[in-house]
Design a protein. Structure first.
Length: 273
């Protein structure tokens, strides 16, 4: 009985605390009373382990604009074939809304072999090539043909490997890249993580080489700048829609819109800096 009461008290303390301890501590808590450290079969502990390590399908299953904003602050993880893991915090995204969006690859609702991933379930990677050499990575969302472009990352882990991969894709002798130059643009991001067409149509919730985990310091609305997308000049009114989102004050963002930031400050949406 004392053992049972002790376990119930510990479980009660865990459930009342919004910040759960590492999964290892939960395993120890669930050890058998005879000293055997092997955990009992428990759906409670299995679910906690899964949720704490990776963003699930429910996260990606939201409207495109909402997903583009929700990505900010989350962590993208890429596991290289040699086992090294590259981690980066998402700091800039662009939303492409599908058929009605003249800047989208799926404008008019047209589905092709190239853009098929945009019509697949939320969380599917859409990787395409530009200028015949560079790659860009998107993630499908709710909405027919809608997807979010990942524009920039703040490198967190594996910076030396990112630097190697970026250098390998550059021609001729080059100066070593600074940290802020590694992933500050969609093609740079793909180079730094070793992303190519082979990643097209992969599922972020199931793939062993690339996935997302929750960020620890997620931004509030006042930290997010909404401005126009980049490189879509011939799309009429769509070129002016505020469908690019980035973290204000983050030096890893590819392009800062000072005019929009000043307007936000004037309206009291953000503080002047």
């Amino acid at each position: 009985m004392p053992r049972k009461r002790k376990l119930l008290a510990q479980l009660s303390a865990l459930q009342s605390n919004s910040s759960f301890p590492p999964f290892d501590s939960l395993v120890n808590l669930n050890a058998t009373s005879d000293g055997d450290s092997a955990p009992k079969s428990s759906r409670y502990f299995a679910v906690e382990k899964k949720n704490s390590s990776q963003l699930e399908a429910d996260f990606f299953n939201q409207p495109c604009i909402s997903l583009a904003k929700s990505f900010l602050g989350q962590i993208l993880v890429r596991k290289l074939p040699d086992g090294r893991e590259l981690w980066g915090r998402i700091v800039e995204t662009e939303a492409y809304l599908g058929g009605e969006d003249e800047a989208s690859h799926s404008k008019g609702g047209k589905q092709t072999q190239r853009n098929a991933a945009m019509f697949m379930k939320p969380g599917t990677l859409y990787v395409y090539q530009i200028y015949g050499i560079h790659f860009c990575m998107n993630v499908s969302s709710q909405g027919e043909g809608a997807a979010v472009l990942l524009r920039s990352l703040e490198p967190l882990q594996g910076l030396d490997a990112m630097r190697e991969l970026r250098s390998a894709s550059r021609k001729g002798p080059t100066k070593p890249l600074k940290d802020w130059q590694l992933c500050n643009g969609p093609s740079k991001l793909c180079q730094a993580l070793g992303i190519d067409k082979a990643f097209d149509q992969r599922d972020l919730t199931e793939d062993a080489a690339i996935w997302m985990v929750p960020g620890h310091d997620l931004p509030g609305e006042q930290d997010v700048v909404a401005t126009t997308r980049i490189g879509i000049g011939n799309t009429g009114e769509w070129a002016q829609k505020p469908l690019r989102f980035y973290l204000r004050g983050n030096k890893f963002v590819s392009v800062v819109d000072k005019k929009t930031e000043r307007e936000m400050a004037a309206m009291g949406q953000i503080s002047c800096s």
